[in-house]
Design a protein around this ligand. Structure first.
Ligand code: AMP
Ligand code: MG
Length: 415
């Protein structure tokens, strides 16, 4: 019983992206698990992480030099009596009195009585005397106890991607295990009578399945767990079975079979399920026939499953994953919604193009430091995997541009 309407809903790139973001904003991860700290790298935190003590736990010297009482330095140079040395990790009982200083190392606790540290470069030591040549203000080169965080303060929130900085925070408060969101399972279903598995010798008219593997790599990089289904032929019965299998996962990505050809059956087969189509095309190149929708499985109608029908041309598959599937995957992985932003680089050589579609073309970002330059890679169109593998970004050409001059700032999507 066909219930979906797959007939023409082509959106602008921006509207299509916003449609996906709106749906993604209502999605939640499937579950949580407790992992060892380093197994959690790259995953998304599912609990808050709190400071177990004040940070820093003592007034921390940030320079090698002398801990002093600033009031003793009213007249310079000032000569102070050195009453001891405090190194990082040492438990000292020194208390500074007026006229006294203590040699101190970076990372050591400033002693009671001291209110600043004078860098060693501005001092001259003779025996137990030190001459201070330069004024300091109270508080200089000491980070006060608890000024970075108070004991009990929340340092990381659920929804934080555990990158190296977050891992540093977790380690600093003694968390050897973290509760993270389970990775979403993403089913990948390649379609096409010409498509064969990579371990089968292809006949001259056959094409090896690269889309399932490029998608698996993108899914892993985005924090998901790919599940590769067998290749579906351009034949409704088997396609239907495999789509049903794919809908068991948290997200289903199909490739191929979404163009206007006689054997492009993906929309037709999907429409037989309890399906809503949010769009069946976007004004972009590559990737124009992209399909986004949702199926309410008969077994659990309250838990609809999202799917994307990605165009089969390999570069279209890669680009449409980044532009549209990634936000849904990230939401299922537990990340809060975020807008897509393009960085900018200077165009190396002029581009002429036809207006009408927003283009995401394989490009090479080069240069150094503040001088980022970008140029298009020569390619044979959206089937050209070899050229795309030589690129390191996509150059974004707005739909209304016919010509872009060398030296203009252009948006890019880093790969
Ligand atoms: P389609 O979107 O099914 O019309 O396919 C567009 C182009 O992409 C055709 O040249 C297909 O042979 C190619 N293609 C489709 N699926 C794959 C795949 N899984 N791996 C590599 N190329 C594919
Ligand atoms: Mg096909």
């Amino acid at each position: 019983m066909p219930s979906g309407d797959a007939s023409g809903k082509t959106l602008s790139f921006e509207d299509a992206r916003h449609t996906v973001e709106e749906h993604a904003s209502h999605l939640r991860p499937r579950g949580k698990e407790l992992l060892e700290l380093l197994d959690a790298v790259g995953l998304v935190l599912a609990e808050p992480v709190f400071a177990d003590r004040n940070l820093p736990p003592f007034p921390r010297a940030t320079r090698d030099g002398y801990a002093v009482r600033t009031a003793d330095l009213a007249h310079l140079p000032a000569t102070l009596q050195v009453v001891g040395e405090i190194k990082a990790g040492a438990n000292t009982s020194i208390e500074l009195e007026s006229g006294q200083a203590a040699a101190i190392m970076t990372g050591a606790p400033a002693p009671p009585g001291a209110d600043s540290v004078v860098m060693v470069e501005y001092t001259s030591r003779t025996g137990d005397r030190v001459e201070i040549m330069k004024a300091v203000a109270a508080g200089d080169n000491i980070v006060p106890t608890g000024s970075e965080a108070r004991r009990g303060e929340r340092l990381l929130s659920p929804g934080t991607r555990l990158d190296h900085a977050a891992i540093a925070v977790a380690s600093s408060v003694g968390r050897s295990h973290l509760l993270v969101y389970s990775k979403p399972r993403v089913a990948v279903l390649a379609t096409g009578d010409e498509v064969v598995d990579i371990d089968v010798p292809p006949a001259p008219y056959q094409i090896r399945n690269s889309n399932s593997y490029s998608l698996a790599a993108q899914i892993q990089a985005a924090g998901g767990e790919p599940i590769l289904l067998p290749i579906a032929p351009d034949e409704p019965e088997r396609l239907r079975e495999l789509v049903a299998d794919g809908l068991e996962a948290d997200l289903l990505l199909l490739t191929g079979g979404v163009s206007m050809g006689k054997y492009d059956l993906v929309e037709q087969v999907l429409a037989e399920f309890q399906t809503e189509f949010f769009f069946t095309g976007a004004q972009i190149q590559p990737g124009r026939p992209i399909v986004f929708g949702r199926v309410a499985p008969a077994s659990s109608p309250a838990e609809p499953k999202y799917f994307f029908g990605l165009p089969g041309n390999p570069v279209s598959t890669m680009v449409t994953f980044e532009l549209f599937a990634r936000p849904v995957l990230e939401a299922l992985a537990g990340l809060p919604p975020r807008r897509l932003v393009f960085l900018h680089a200077k165009l190396k050589s002029e581009i002429k193009t036809k207006p009408g579609l927003k283009r995401f073309l394989p490009a090479l970002l080069s240069g150094e430091f503040e001088q980022a330059e970008v140029e298009l890679i020569r390619w044979q169109g959206s089937g050209d995997i070899a050229a795309t593998a030589r690129a390191n970004c996509y150059l974004v050409i707005p739909a209304d541009r016919e010509q872009i001059a060398a030296g203009e700032w252009v948006p890019i999507l880093i790969r």
